[in-house]
Design a protein around this ligand. Structure first.
Ligand SMILES: O=P(O)(O)OC[C@H]1O[C@H](O)[C@H](O)[C@@H](O)[C@@H]1O
Length: 407
């Protein structure tokens, strides 16, 4: 199913890690409701605006980008766009102008219900929806938040918005298999049952107690071995541009889970072959601080054949008739060889096909490996105390500014 290749020598030891099987446990009723609302959104809207930040949007965006066409036509699911993931006034201003041209639904997602970026965006968008749709805005806004607490839950109850629950024991960056990820993904036209099934299979395969046959343990132990040798950066690399947002999700998952108590690998990402022409030089010959993890899907659904030309002016006839995806795959092997020769350790994660099932499998694999990795480092995989520091400082400054303005 998922193959992990690495030449790094590791010593496996029995290693108890927290169980995360409950991270993929949507009930039949919940999935049914998600499917119904996704259908309603597709009937009544052209755009679903997802408002959220961090774990409340990175996973959905990752899956939607990975599994929808590069150039979308109307035949595909609703267009999913995002707000509340930054604090750019220009972004929000232009977004509202774009929304004016479309029929829209909004899914506001926040576990705490009080994160500044989505809260500000929602305040603006809520007013916009009320002015544009009146009472119907109540139907067109869907809230995903904690079951019991938080300002967003209070707003949802007061306004009568439909509401999905983020289970309290599931942290944001582990929430892709809850309504946080599933509603936007379903609205985008992706088969959420296949996505969940892939994760369930991963959960089953990766609970293999023979650690040497368990790719999640192999990956976690290999990167830990390299960390102990002094490597400080892991470069996650793919060869399909539509995986760029999956990289972003992975970055938060590993960065927030491991980067504490002055420990952890810095998670960085590249997309090949584009980045070979930008950062390839550094990887090959710069500071020896990094190792590389390549993700490869053996089958990608669309391809292009290189045509034969009579004049062969560009000298590329030797590739005529070859598939572009096959050439891309060969470039992956070339990259691995070159980087290994340049003393960059390379690990490979190979999956059979880029589809909902295998993306679900891969994301659960990363979640499991991340929990193992963090416990090897002896840090808590589920908290993020350092992020609070930034939030507190920002709010202090904003309150100070507000006092100055009032005076
Ligand atoms: O879902 P929310 O409570 O709005 O949180 C969104 C994000 O906020 C913070 O930045 C945390 O560090 C993230 O882990 C979290 O995913």
């Amino acid at each position: 199913m998922l193959e992990f290749h690495s030449t790094i020598q590791t010593q496996f030891s029995s290693h108890p890690v927290p169980d995360i099987s409950h991270y993929n446990q949507s009930t039949f009723d919940e999935l049914f409701e998600i499917a119904n609302i996704a259908q309603e959104i597709n009937l009544k809207a052209q755009v679903l605006l997802v408002i959220g930040v961090g774990g409340s949007f990175l996973g959905a965006r990752a899956v939607i980008d990975a599994l929808t066409p590069y150039f979308k036509t109307d035949a595909y699911g609703v267009e999913v766009i995002y707000a509340g993931q930054n604090m750019s006034g220009a972004y929000l201003n232009q977004l509202l102008k774009y929304l004016d041209t479309k029929e829209i639904y909004v899914n506001v997602i926040s576990k705490s219900g009080s994160t500044m970026e989505p809260a500000l965006a929602f305040r603006v968008v809520k007013q916009y929806m009320e002015q544009r749709y009146g009472i119907e805005s109540k139907l067109r806004i869907i809230v995903t938040t904690d079951a019991e607490k938080g300002i967003l839950k209070e707003v949802a109850d007061k306004e009568g918005y439909r509401r999905f629950v983020i289970p309290s024991e599931v942290g944001g960056r582990y929430s892709i298999f809850t309504p946080v990820g599933l509603l936007p993904i379903a609205a985008a036209g992706i088969d959420i049952q296949a996505f969940i099934d892939g994760a369930k299979q991963a959960e089953c395969d990766l609970s293999n107690e023979n650690l040497e046959q368990n790719p999640a343990y192999q990956y976690a132990f290999s990167r830990y071995e390299l960390y102990k040798k002094g490597y400080s950066v892991e470069l996650l690399a793919s060869f399909e541009p539509r995986l760029n947002k999956l990289h972003e999700w992975w970055k938060q998952l590993f960065g927030e889970s491991e980067g504490k108590e002055y420990k952890g690998l810095y998670p960085s990402t590249v997309n090949y072959s584009t980045d070979l022409h930008a950062i390839g030089q550094f990887i090959q010959e710069g500071s020896r601080i990094m190792f590389e993890t390549l993700i490869h899907f053996e089958e990608v659904e669309a391809d292009t054949e290189i045509p034969f030309t009579l004049d062969d002016m560009d000298g590329l006839n030797y590739l005529a008739g070859r598939s572009m995806n096959a050439i891309n795959a060969t470039s992956k092997d070339g990259v691995a060889l070159a980087h290994e020769e340049g003393d960059v350790p390379v690990m490979k994660i190979v999956l059979p096909k880029l589809d909902a099932y295998h993306v679900g499998y891969l994301m659960f694999f990363f979640m499991k490996a991340c929990v193992i990795s963090a416990t090897l480092l002896e840090v808590n995989p589920f908290d993020q105390p350092g992020v609070e520091a930034y939030k507190q400082k920002m709010v202090e400054l904003l309150k100070k500014d507000a006092l100055v303005i009032q005076k």
